[in-house]
Design a binder for this molecule. Structure first.
Ligand code: CP
Length: 300
């Protein structure tokens, strides 16, 4: 296996369990001291974000800064030759020709990450690919669960809402099979995915009674043909103070972000519920992405 293929992360099916555990151990070390010496000093890393991002983009930038790698950031189309009609693939190939140590990419389904990986000489990291997957998000979520509940194995993760359009949900299905935790979906009929064979709770209270982790997803109404009432959504599936009474005191409340406050999660839950780990997910995103970059660069 070439170093490029070995260190690329496009999905979680092909990421070995041993490597995931090593990433978690490195993240534990980074939590104690994020500035451990690395082999990255003086190198560049390409961060190609063809779709909007706050958490993923800035956590990769932070991770780069902490290992001495200069991030070459392409943030949306504005100011790049994409505005002049250059294709996504040609953009990636041209940036890669400048020989960064790695390429991190976020895009829609219109770029084939598996294909582009075969054309590049350096590792490629999926930072969110259409509806297909968001592996670093699932990894940081699992790391957050392990941190707060002691282990990831055996946990019951209820993913609530728009799983049909969610790359985060897709990556959790892959990671759950690898790390032996359970995933179930809950939401209105039109929000539930057809592409996965997982447990489904039609009733939110039953799902919450089952869960050790309740994870809300952003409602992507822009992608739905049939419009769904947001007021009904909040009443039936929203993370409101009232609805979450059925969730164990020891359970975690999570959301990958960005959040539609007052739709899938109320501000009071986000800011005041002691079970809520949303901002800790973001902090852990830096640790996990830094651990990934260190692995790409050849370890600590
Ligand atoms: N969770 C997540 O991917 O957030 P961003 O779109 O802000 O990166």
């Amino acid at each position: 296996m070439s170093s490029r293929t070995q260190h690329s992360i496009i999905d979680l099916v092909s990421l070995e369990k041993e490597k995931i555990n090593r990433l978690f151990s490195t993240a534990d070390q980074l939590a104690l001291n994020p500035f451990i010496p690395s082999k990255g000093f003086g190198k560049t890393g390409a961060l190609l974000f063809f779709e909007a991002s706050t958490r993923t983009r800035m956590s990769f930038e932070t991770a780069c800064a902490q290992i001495g790698v200069h991030p070459m950031l392409l943030d949306g189309k504005s100011g790049s030759s994409l505005e002049k009609g250059e294709t996504l693939e040609d953009t990636v190939l041209n940036v890669a020709a400048m020989k960064p140590a790695f390429v991190v990419i976020r895009s829609g389904d219109d770029l084939d990450f598996n294909d582009i990986t075969t054309k590049l000489q350096m590792p490629v990291i999926n930072a969110g690919w259409g509806k297909k997957g968001h592996p670093t998000q699932a990894l940081l979520d699992a790391y957050t669960i392990r941190k707060h509940l002691g282990k990831i194995e055996g946990q019951k993760v209820l993913i609530v809402g728009d799983a049909r359009h969610s790359r985060v949900a897709a990556s959790h299905v892959e990671l759950a099979a690898k790390l032996n935790y359970e995933v179930a979906f809950c939401g209105p009929e039109g929000f539930l995915p057809e592409r996965f064979d997982v447990k489904v709770f039609k009733n939110f209270s039953e799902g919450l009674a089952w869960a050790t982790v309740a994870m809300a997803l952003r409602v992507q109404l822009e992608r739905h043909v049939t419009k769904y009432s947001l007021a009904n959504y909040r009443k039936n599936f929203g993370f409101t103070v009232e609805n979450l009474k059925g969730l164990s005191d020891k359970a975690l409340i999570m959301h990958p972000g960005p959040i539609n406050q007052g739709t899938e999660m109320d501000t009071e839950v986000l800011q005041k519920d002691s079970r809520c780990r949303v901002l800790d997910q973001v902090s852990n995103g830096v640790l996990i992405r830094q651990a990934i970059l260190l692995e790409v660069l050849g370890g600590l």
